[in-house]
Design a protein around this ligand. Sequence first.
Ligand code: 3HC
Ligand code: NAI
Length: 699
Amino acid sequence: MTAEYKVHGSVAVITLANPPVNGLGLSTRQGIVDGLDKAQQDAAVKAIVITGAGGAFSGGADIKEFGTDKAMQEPNLNSVIAAIENASKPVVAAIHSVAMGGGLELALGCHYRVAAPGCSIALPEVKLGILPGAGGTQRLPRVIGVEAALNMIVSGEAIKSEMLAMLPGQKLFDKLVDSPEALAAEALAFAQSVADVRPMPLVRNLPCKHPEGDAYFQFARNMVKGMSKNFPAPAKCVDAVEAATKKKFADGMAVEREIFINLMWTAESRSLRHLFLAERAASKIPDVPSDTPKREIKSVAVIGAGTMGGGIAMNFLNAGIPVKMLEMKQEALDRGIATIRKNYEAQVAKKKLKQDKYEQRMALLSTTLDYADLKDADLVIEAVFEELGVKEAVFKQLDAVMKPGAILASNTSTLDVNKIANFTQRPQDVVGLHFFSPANVMKLLEVVRGEATAKDVMATVMAAAKKIKKVAVVSGVCDGFIGNRMIEQYGRQGGFLLDEGCTPQQVDKAMEKFGMAMGPFRMGDLAGNDIGWAIRKRRYTEKPDMKYSKTADLLCEKGRFGQKVGKGWYDYVPGKRDAIPNAEVEQMIADHRAALGITPRKISDEEIVQRLVFALVNEAAHILEEGIANKASDIDIVYIYGYGFPVHRGGPLNYANEVGLFNVVQAMKRFAQNPLDDAAFWKPAPLLAKLAAEGKTFN
Ligand code: 3HC
Ligand code: NAI
């Protein structure tokens, strides 16, 4: 049983004990009910306290149980809360650290609540695509008011207990104790003090009204609609809270229940739940146990103060870690520092950063032209030109000066990390840290594990990534690692679509309607079309049999490299990012098509989306099979955080699971019949073919 029962004098204490966050799984729910039974049968017990062991009161329903039989099994959370409300002795929730979702709902079912300061209180269900399903939408408005409750339910954001305790007229907490340490004793004393109070108070009996009724809910609906494109849950939260104000408690509960069950089965909720677990799973490496000792990262060095180096440095400065930057020339250092200053000053101007914080961060930054000055850094990240010879020179110098045990990282986006590691006498200390541009903004970090990279280096950089608020995903060494290797196939399909009859804006619109932050051609213009051009030139010699559309090369021959030169697939006005279609580009595509003797055909948005997304899926299946990615969910995280893949689709592989792998393979077989496409590419990866044949998913 994952709840403990102990009697202290006349008070029984039920302690939820289901680490890490006392999720309310079946065995914990059963433990609470058993504890309540025992306490009621024991004549010496006059009151009951419910609290949580470790670092949480409760993080809510056990997310890992969702979709399994256990989630539905009695006692479900509503039954547990009913057992509390109907108990013959007062039940006091002693809340500390975290009370979220079902955890807060459990507390709201208790007769009294005593809380510690500093506790994160939330109904975050909306972030999982659902709404509170154990009375949260009905009880919270009764204790903190309709508007405050709706804000919490629709945003899912946590508020500190001491802030909530200050709300005028709040009935959420009966007592806020002075410190977390005082909670246990004060909750016991409080329970004794209310032991004889009858009738016992119930939140459900409190009134729930909004003075402006319909007008307020109409306003709330309009607000929510604007914020929650692609997600049904937020609007449903408004419906449920409105029901709390207009219906009897039991009828409001029925409304909440029905909405909860319906939302639980939506693809959007499945995607969000998948991503919640995927994000946490990404930090775990199968053969690197969580107790692997880590090296200390107290100072960082960055080589190269260009586009990436500056952004990388900012991440560490933001986390309070000193950074020393090295360049070849003072002018380059000055330019790099000026860019960092400009970025911070923009944040100060937008009031996102306080002046004193800005100054503190800059004070942590120093520069040098001399490698010897870096020798004491714990981690050095190289972000110099993408040329193996340049990297070789840098790593040889680092090998000569850096203290033993320092971690040597490369931000290379395409080069072989094993080769880079072998430029040193300490390949075990070398790792790839592939940041995404702009490096101070993008959340994704691909951690590229070389053949020789030591396990403690992996453990250390994964922890460092968390410290600088990145979501790190481990990739093996291959051309393009996980993300860029897949995007190459996506880009190739984009080219074929132009040859067959699409315009760039048709493809971009279809993908943006699907939910991508940006279609492939707008993305190319942003990243610089010359980057893809350089890669293709390499491919033409490395893989002469690989089929490519030539349109992107023709575009580059015209110097249309993208936003940085004001023209690419689209035109751009200085200072603006709007993509303006260009007739010359469209003519170029049409002329090329005619030269190839292709009669353009009308291509549906559905075909566009399927060809681009399934290209990602097939390449991902190869990546998984080769062990470049440890698990399918890691690939979804790469695409969500690095490439603007729509969150409500849960990543390319989650999307493929939703479509059904059998259907994905059928579509690939169809695409292979198209003479203008690349039949060899559309041969389903063996892993994909096997999973589809067995009726399985990537999970
Ligand atoms: N159920 C099961 N496991 C949970 C969990 C939950 N509700 N919440 C967190 N965990 C697990 C995580 O998966 C992770 O497991 P791992 O160590 O195996 O990877 C571990 O707890 C730690 O999680 P974090 O890394 O997120 O730790 P933090 O300290 O940063 O944050 C937290 C802790 C604030 C509780 C955060 O995990 C969180 O926000 N959790 C989600 C809470 C939530 O959404 N609750 C609502 C659930 S739905 C519900 O209650 C339905 C009800 O209305 C009927
Ligand atoms: P950049 O050209 O903006 O900056 C490179 C900097 O390195 C320049 O300031 C240059 O003076 C300096 N430099 C060159 N050789 C040096 C040396 N021997 N010693 C010290 N400094 C030296 O290039 P960018 O875009 O910042 O790229 C850097 C690295 O990051 C490359 O490996 C690139 O592939 C990788 N990368 C780039 C991304 C991007 O979007 N720009 C994304 C992810 C990785």
